[in-house]
Design a protein around this ligand. Structure first.
Ligand code: SF4
Length: 574
């Protein structure tokens, strides 16, 4: 229902089903918040959004108060500004003064608020207790001394990722955010998705940085440093480099890496095509042998860790294929290095991806061969941008370069796997080819596109119907797993991506991942798919050469040694 309210002496139409904060935003009036997140119910924890309402003794939080007819609200009165200033001053008293060294310097919500509110001196004595950082994680670092207890990480972890790795502990002045039993994040149930980093307003959460190891390898003349670029990365730089309509910057990224000193730069999508093809053979085999229960995808390392901890009964149904990052890392380590006359430890292999969980994946025991990791370091999109700056590279001045042989070619199907549903669409195209010996008529499968948390699609192939589901966010995956536990039997294949909307919204993306930019990434990828001619993985021209060199064929038993892995039940603190 629409009503009239007065905001700062102006009458506006307000909707009664929206909070005061939402109504203000609808009318172009910004007020600060530190705990509120779009799509989440309000908590009023930070109290930054307080407003003054006529007739109310106390200031009210705009995020949790609804308007009523005739309400008279002041959003920036002296009393309101004073209250906001005091909150920030108190937060600063409990915050380390190390902005210059902080990961989030220049992109910190607390720093910005202090500047916006013109706080220029310390008004409360500093009592930061210099809490210990948790450096134990493979992907994520926690710095409790920078935590402002807004609770965003707690909510994302519980309400979106169904993990509850972090929780509020203690009360009053002692309140803090802990993992279970306050143990290291490495032995917690954290799935390393990095979504907590994406919502953290300060530098209390950030990824484990791999920049120094890479720089060291680049300075070592006895080591060949090679990179692989994830399909989601080059479409995620538009905001940083001001491409308003979205763009795939693959060719410029390759040129930049070469300029920095990488010996070779390969396209992870090459391995994505291998994965799609091999998985299609496995799925067909399962269907032809009438093996019940769906096959699950295995390319999201956060989903894999979730399943190992929370759904071990489904592990036998997870596709045994490694992720594209690890397939390409394995090929580099065990095949390419030999051809180059290099020992595996003379190759330093770097993956660049929009994902924090890939750091964890790269250091899994299963991903090493004779003690050597297939992938030595992983850079997130954020770290990659930092890496360009450290090396003085202006990416906009780069002349386009193609990826290096022999891992250079790809299908457009491999590119769309960065979006939730895209991996299934790529698999459907490939499976259709295996059943029909032909390409699917309409390559655009609209049931698998868009921004829903779950998409389902039934395809007719050969004499059968095959049912696919693609889910994103672990909360949605949990709902689907519960349906299967309760007897749902119709599904043949389930794609799980831990991040909402897939890797385009991964935990390693630039912070401030507004809807607008994820939509641009999505559009760029599907536009490429529409325009390019190689839409099925089996058409990737480099694959035949690789299989010939390996003396195998797609779907062969011998491929297991390179492309397969296994997953085991994992005991963690819950
Ligand atoms: Fe990483 Fe993509 Fe999985 Fe997110 S959805 S954890 S970015 S692989």
């Amino acid at each position: 229902m629409n009503i009239n309210i007065t905001i700062n002496n102006n009458t506006i139409k307000a909707q009664t089903d929206l909070t005061i904060l939402e109504n203000l935003r609808e009318n172009g009036i910004e007020i600060p918040t530190l705990c509120q997140m779009e799509g989440f119910s309000p908590t009023g924890a930070c109290r930054m959004c307080v407003v003054e309402i006529d007739g109310e003794k106390k200031l009210k939080t705009a995020c949790s108060t609804y308007p009523v007819e005739g309400m008279n609200i002041k959003t920036h009165s002296p009393r309101v500004i004073q209250a906001r200033k005091k909150i920030v001053e108190l937060l600063l008293a409990d915050h380390p003064d190390d902005c210059l060294y902080c990961q989030r310097n220049g992109n910190c919500e607390l720093q910005k608020l202090a500047a916006d509110l013109h706080i220029r001196e310390r008004n409360f004595p500093s009592h930061n207790t210099n809490k210990k950082r948790d450096l134990s994680g493979a992907s994520i670092i926690r710095d409790p001394s920078k935590c402002i207890l807004c609770g965003r990480c707690v909510r994302v972890c519980e309400e979106v990722q169904a993990c509850t790795t972090v929780e509020f502990a203690h009360r009053g002045n002692e309140t803090s955010i802990h993992t279970a039993f306050n143990q290291g994040i490495n032995i917690s149930n954290c799935i390393n998705c990095g979504q907590c980093i994406m919502v953290c307003p300060t530098g209390a959460l950030h990824e484990k940085n791999h920049l120094s190891g890479i720089q060291e390898a680049l300075n070592n003349p006895d080591i060949k440093v090679v990179a692989q670029i994830d399909p989601g990365l080059p479409v995620s730089l538009s905001k940083t480099f001001n491409f308003k309509s979205g763009k795939d910057l693959s060719a410029m990224v390759i040129a930049a890496l070469k300029k920095i000193g990488f010996d070779k730069v390969f396209d992870t999508s090459f391995a994505t095509d291998i994965r799609i093809m091999e998985e299609a053979y496995l799925l067909k085999q399962k269907l032809d042998n009438n093996i019940s229960g769906p096959m699950f995808s295995s390319d999201c390392p956060a989903w894999i860790k979730y399943a190992e901890q929370f759904a071990p009964e489904f592990l036998p149904q997870i596709s045994p294929l490694k992720s594209p990052q690890q397939i390409l890392g394995t090929l580099l380590n065990r095949h390419w290095s030999k051809k180059q006359d290099l020992k595996p430890d003379e190759v330093y292999s770097v993956s660049i991806a929009p994902c924090t969980a890939r750091k964890f994946e790269a250091q899994r025991d299963e991903m090493t061969y004779k003690g050597i990791s297939a992938v030595d370091a992983v850079l997130t999109t954020r770290e990659f941008i930092e890496f360009l700056k450290i090396n003085g590279i202006d990416i906009l001045q780069m002349e386009d370069e193609a990826p290096d042989e022999p891992f250079s070619s790809r299908s457009s199907a491999a590119k769309i796997t960065a979006v939730s549903g895209g991996g299934t669409e790529a698999l459907v195209r490939m499976l259709y080819y295996l059943y029909e010996n032909d390409n699917i008529d309409n390559f655009r499968i609209k049931q698998l596109r868009g921004f829903k948390n779950r998409k389902e699609y039934t395809a007719k192939m050969g004499k059968r119907s095959i049912n696919f589901a693609a889910v994103n966010s672990q909360k949605e995956a949990k709902l689907l797993l519960d349906e299967l536990r309760n007897g749902r039997k119709d599904l043949d294949y389930v794609e799980v991506m831990s991040c909402e909307n897939g890797c385009i919204c991964g935990g390693g993306q630039p912070i401030g991942n507004e809807d607008k930019y994820s939509k641009l990434r999505y559009k760029t990828l599907y536009d490429m798919d529409s325009k390019e001619s190689i839409k099925e993985s089996y058409k990737n021209p480099g694959l035949q050469k690789l299989y010939d060199a390996l003396q195998t064929k797609p779907g062969d038993e011998q491929n297991k040694a390179l492309f397969h892995t296994d997953f085991t039940k994992r005991d963690v603190y819950l």
